[in-house]
Write a protein that binds this ligand. Structure first.
Ligand code: 5GP
Ligand code: ZN
Length: 115
């Protein structure tokens, strides 16, 4: 793992986080600056910098991340009302932490479209 990767350190437990889900491939934890009542980040345990670095072999991993998002939304009671999943990709896409992560946002009405 890159020594300076924040989310690798969170996966390793070197930096504390509030975990809401984990399995052999994924860890999900509360965003430290939540933008909604539900704001969870789902990350692969392995270091992948951005969606651009995802290979065909990683396709099942992305599927598992999306399934985890739906399960977390269900657990948090926002599945039926609605929620948003989001990958920010690179600086121009709003990515600030370069370890792949899927945002799960919900628990309040979200504006249609994207800001
Ligand atoms: P990005 O802008 O890269 O898509 O999202 C990075 C997210 O990581 C932001 O929503 C930010 O609040 C969150 N974040 C940054 N540092 C930490 C941290 O140390 N712990 C947790 N739990 N979240 C963090
Ligand atoms: Zn990493």
């Amino acid at each position: 793992m890159p020594a300076d990767c924040l989310f690798c350190k969170i996966v390793a437990g070197e930096i504390p986080s509030t975990r809401v889900y984990e399995d052999e491939e994924l860890v999900a934890f509360e965003d430290v600056q939540p933008q909604a009542p539900v704001h969870v980040l789902i990350v692969p345990r392995k270091h992948v910098p951005t969606l651009n670095d995802v290979t065909d072999d990683d396709a099942p991993l992305i599927g598992r991340m999306m399934r985890a998002a739906a399960r977390i939304a269900e657990t948090r009671g926002t599945a039926a009302a609605g929620y948003r999943t989001l990958f920010n990709v690179n600086a121009g896409g709003g990515q600030t932490v370069f370890h792949l992560h899927l945002h799960v946002l919900g628990g309040r009405p979200l504006r249609p479209g994207l800001g």
